[in-house]
Design a protein around this ligand. Structure first.
Ligand code: ADP
Ligand code: MG
Length: 353
């Protein structure tokens, strides 16, 4: 049996159901991210795991034990929030010691454990400081140490990086992942940032209006989005409106381009609308490019971004982005120019809504 199980969880506030029949089994030591736009129910799920909210229906269990009816203090959970929720009147040491004191641990044990935790987050030298004397990143590391000190069974992180500067955000997310691996602690991480979720997780749950649209590894989610929502929310995938040309031949039309798909079109009829996804890095403009498929259109923008040139061109009412890495100057697309992007038919994904 999985370590943390959310079985048919529902949650309503008044008439509004914000979590709709959610099911997930998380393994011991796994790092799972909940990814989705604001208001889709991520925090509510976390708060139910922590015991701050009661599910309207369903069962949450940890290590085989039903948590329903247990208070937060009776659950063995560590939590870090977005806002720095340190006790402002306590030193770093006392903040980290807090949960251990509440648990009535002997002083010598507390001292040993706090030192261990401060070492883990590389802040041993700041034990006597107060929260206002720390940077945002340091405060979040202390919050992490405080959450981990009582050796929780599960660590819950609710957008812990979103208030930080971009650079700190990246380095701290690496540090969190490293510490999580080192301790082997089962972790649920909430974020609205797709890159963050892709970079840090064993598995990602893409949430859409109280439901999981897809649960999978970062590469599943990025390369094989299950729905149009996942495709548009995760990554920079192009979502292209196309029309079924000839179902028997498995062809679709995008503007003037008729393209044969690898994936079977299935039960669709000629003239039906379909959505097709194409990754911006999939194609190439080079005449000698390999690829059995081509899309021709007019360039509407082209930006030099250093390591990549990102160009958009218009085909049948769609704007399609493609990225060229190490683009030689001589083939940089010009505005208004007609270009042909070549790629493999297998790069086109049929999106089921
Ligand atoms: P997220 O964390 O994904 O941004 P939340 O879980 O915080 O989303 O909220 C999901 C929905 O539930 C939102 O529409 C929010 O307004 C609503 N909600 C959350 N908590 C409460 C509450 N205590 N009472 C009423 N509505 C709530
Ligand atoms: Mg939230």
């Amino acid at each position: 049996m999985s370590f943390l199980v959310l079985d048919s969880i529902k949650k309503s506030f008044g008439q509004t159901q914000v979590v709709k029949d959610f099911h997930m089994a998380i393994e011991k030591g796994e790092f799972v991210s909940f990814l989705g736009p604001s208001g889709c129910g991520k925090t509510t799920i976390l708060r139910m795991i922590a015991g701050f909210e009661t599910p309207s229906d369903g069962v949450i269990s940890i290590a085989g034990k039903n948590q329903n009816g247990l208070k937060t203090s009776q659950r063995n959970i560590g939590m870090v929030f977005q806002a720095y929720a340190l006790f402002p009147n306590m030193s770093v040491f006392d903040n980290v010691a807090f949960g251990l004191k509440v648990a009535g641990q002997p002083k010598s044990e507390i001292e040993k454990r706090v030192k261990e935790m401060l070492k883990l987050i590389h802040l041993e030298h700041l034990a006597d400081r107060y929260p206002y004397q720390l940077s945002g990143g340091q405060q979040q590391r202390v919050a992490l140490a405080r959450a981990l000190a009582p050796k929780p069974q599960v660590l819950l992180l609710d957008e812990p990086l979103s208030a930080l500067d971009a650079k700190i955000r990246v380095s701290l997310r690496e540090e969190i992942r490293q510490i999580q691996r080192q301790l082997g602690i089962t972790t649920v991480f909430v974020t609205h940032d797709q890159e963050e979720a892709l970079s840090i997780s064993d598995r990602i749950v893409v949430m859409n209006a109280g439901r999981a649209d897809q649960i999978g590894t970062p590469s599943d989610i990025y390369n094989r989005p299950a729905t149009r929502f996942v495709a548009s929310f995760v990554g920079t995938l192009n979502i292209i409106d196309a029309i079924v040309e000839d179902p028997a031949a498995n062809t679709i039309r995008i503007g003037e381009n008729v393209i044969k798909l690898r994936e079977p079109i299935g039960a669709l009829k000629g003239g039906d609308q379909v959505s097709i996804a194409l990754r911006p890095e999939a194609g190439s403009l080079n005449e000698s490019a390999t690829g059995d498929t081509a899309l021709t259109g007019k360039v509407v923008s082209s930006q030099f971004l250093g390591s990549v040139v990102r160009t958009r061109f218009e085909v049948g009412g769609n704007q399609i982005s493609f990225d060229m890495f190490n683009a030689p100057d001589k083939i940089l697309p010009q505005l208004g120019e007609t270009v042909t992007l070549r790629f493999a038919a297998s790069d086109l994904l049929l999106i089921k809504d």
